[in-house]
Design a protein around this ligand. Structure first.
Ligand code: KIV
Length: 269
């Protein structure tokens, strides 16, 4: 047998089958290097449109283009071999009609080699989800706090604080599940609502700021690594890469200025 046995990439049915089972681990990643590290531990990797803010300094995800998602999606697919790679459909590329959504989702899948796309919206996107799935495009849905609609929602607000708002979220969850989505991200949602939805639907719920009651969890990698100055309150920061990078850069700058860089052993003669 070859020493280099090919690792099989996780598939959409493998993720869907984890409903109610071993919790699903996922993170975002936007480039090949971090994706290769995340790949060892994550069941799926999301190339999220949060890259607009995290990588490109945008104010929101609204300005992210299809081309940007494809560029980062390609890098993540290249850097990984095990995790299912899911690429976000950016704002304005799927809401207009199911056929516009199909054209853009197919472009993402063909050009990046990813295994699925994610789009935001519940009931209003159900018809589009069915249209895509019936034509071979696996869809992860995203409900609750949906950043692409932050202008309509009036900012990034936790969803479900008032119990009388729960019905709409429950209907959204049921609609995307029945439409054929293989999993759904619940973002910024109070715990009892996330728990209720997780019990009610047949597909895995992936929480981000939605409690441990979900079937899996996702975080933005740069948030949990401590790379962003501001992170949402619910994010547990596991690393301190921001300060670590600053220490390294300032030490380098000092060494250049006092002419102690490069050291003797790094000089070609
Ligand atoms: O774009 C993103 O990073 C996301 C996660 C917050 C789920 O959609």
């Amino acid at each position: 047998m070859s020493k280099h046995t090919k690792i099989r990439r996780n598939t959409v049915p493998m993720i869907a089958a984890r409903k109610g089972g071993e919790p699903i681990v996922s993170l975002t990643s936007y480039h090949a290097h971090t994706a290769a590290i995340v790949d060892k531990y994550a069941d799926f990797i999301l190339v999220g449109d949060s890259l607009g803010m995290v990588m490109h300094g945008m104010e929101s995800t609204v300005g992210v283009s299809l081309e940007l998602m494809i560029m980062h999606g390609k890098a993540v697919v290249r850097g990984t071999e095990k995790a299912l790679v899911v690429v976000d459909m950016p704002f304005g590329t799927y809401e207009e009609s199911p056929s516009v959504a199909f054209r853009n989702a197919a472009k993402i899948m063909k050009e990046t080699g990813c295994g699925a796309v994610k789009l935001e919206g519940g009931k209003r996107m159900a018809e589009t989800i069915t249209f895509l799935v019936e034509r071979g495009i696996p869809v992860m849905a995203h409900i609750g706090l949906t950043p692409q609609s932050s202008h309509v929602m009036g900012g990034f607000k936790t969803q479900g604080r008032e119990e009388d708002s729960w019905t709409a979220h429950e209907e959204d969850a049921r609609a995307v599940s029945e439409a054929g989505a293989f999993a759904v991200v619940l973002e910024g949602m109070v715990e009892p609502l996330a728990a209720k939805i997780t019990k009610q639907i047949d597909i895995p719920t992936i929480g981000i700021g939605a409690s441990a009651e979900c079937d899996g969890q996702i975080l933005v990698l740069e948030d949990m690594l401590g790379l962003n100055e501001w992170t949402p309150k619910f994010v547990k920061v596991y690393g301190d890469l921001g300060p670590a990078i600053e220490r390294a850069v300032s030490q380098y700058a000092e060494e250049v200025k006092d002419r102690s860089f490069p050291g003797e052993d790094q000089v070609y003669r």
